[in-house]
Design a protein around this ligand. Structure first.
Ligand code: SF4
Length: 313
């Protein structure tokens, strides 16, 4: 096995194909509404990450049904994970979040995934998620945008939080047995190979359950787009991105489930997306190169639990 892929994990856990259905809520983000910032992260476009989302004015149930009608025949899935995807879904009162999550607990929904920022996670919200899990017998997953463990890069992208908030949220999630997924951009312009390795090591040490990798895409009408047009940021080559993904996989724990090796965004909204190459082709290139090198996830994950004293044991 080259890496612990999400599709194989879902099949193992649920015994069949499971598809994630995106849901939008009428929420924003504290980095956009003035609470911790007004302009958002420099790479974030007007509609956040919700390119495939239905309008937030539709009820949760209506969005699930509409997406199922569209997706079920195409992907032949009978079980679903309701994915509260866009903006910061815990950036609202906990009782309101609880109501939305409960609405998603329909008979063929086996899991609820909630995307948010680490500074929008507290014990109260984790208690809500744990409650939903226990009452409705669904799995709950907390998806947190971290992007990089390099806190200097986080400042440059105007993230509004640093690594500390992620560590805090992750440790709290463990207390409530809420499984987490960290979103990472492996090629932020200021990050180097050492940051790629440190991303893998910190996520492994914190026992994050899942990870989702993205290559940076340049969304039109963003601060990043301006920097890009002025030549103030340069992006690594596709080959370098592939090397970074392989290095990352080699260093992460073999237990971590890898949701994605690269993200996707519609080209119409971006100045640059995935080197104008299909995401699946890049995934294929990564897998082929790993097979050729006979490498695999976790091959270099030897740094936890007192590496230097192992010889005495
Ligand atoms: S935290 Fe997410 S939604 Fe908020 S500005 Fe950054 S990328 Fe956009």
């Amino acid at each position: 096995m080259l890496y612990h892929s999400y599709s194989s994990y879902l099949r193992q856990r649920y015994g069949e194909k499971v598809y994630k259905l995106p849901i939008s809520l009428p929420v924003t983000c504290p980095n956009r509404d003035g609470s911790c910032g007004t302009n958002g992260c420099v790479f974030c476009g007007e509609i956040g990450a919700g390119y495939e989302n239905l309008p937030a004015s539709m009820t949760v149930g209506m969005q699930i049904e509409a997406n199922k009608t569209h997706i079920a025949p195409k992907y032949k899935a009978n079980k679903y994970i309701a994915y509260f995807q866009n903006f910061s879904n815990t950036y609202q009162p906990p009782n309101v979040l609880q109501e939305y999550l409960a609405q998603a607990c329909l008979p063929d929904v086996v899991g609820i995934a909630v995307a948010t920022r680490p500074d929008c996670v507290s014990d109260e919200y984790l208690a809500v998620m744990a409650n939903i899990r226990d009452i409705y017998k669904v799995d709950v997953f907390l998806e947190m945008g971290l992007q990089t463990v390099n806190y200097r890069s986080l400042t440059k992208v105007n993230r509004g939080h640093t690594l500390a908030e992620f560590i805090d949220a992750q440790l709290r999630a463990k207390k409530y047995s809420v499984e987490t997924c960290a979103h990472i951009i492996l090629n932020l312009p200021w990050d180097e190979d050492i940051d790629v390795v440190e991303n893998a090591k910190i996520l492994s040490a914190l026992e994050v359950e899942q990870v989702k990798l993205h290559a940076l895409y340049i969304v039109k009408n963003t601060v990043m787009a301006e920097w890009y047009k002025r030549g103030e940021v340069t992006l690594v080559s596709k080959e370098e991105y592939i090397e970074r993904v392989i290095t990352f996989l080699e260093y992460i724990s073999p237990n971590i489930v890898v949701q994605r090796l690269i993200g996707r965004a519609p080209e119409a909204n971006t100045l640059f997306t995935n080197w104008q190459t299909g995401w699946w082709k890049i995934r294929e290139e990564i897998e082929q190169l790993m097979a050729k090198r006979e490498t695999f996830q976790g091959r270099r994950c030897d740094y936890l639990n007192g590496k230097e004293v192992r010889k005495f044991l």
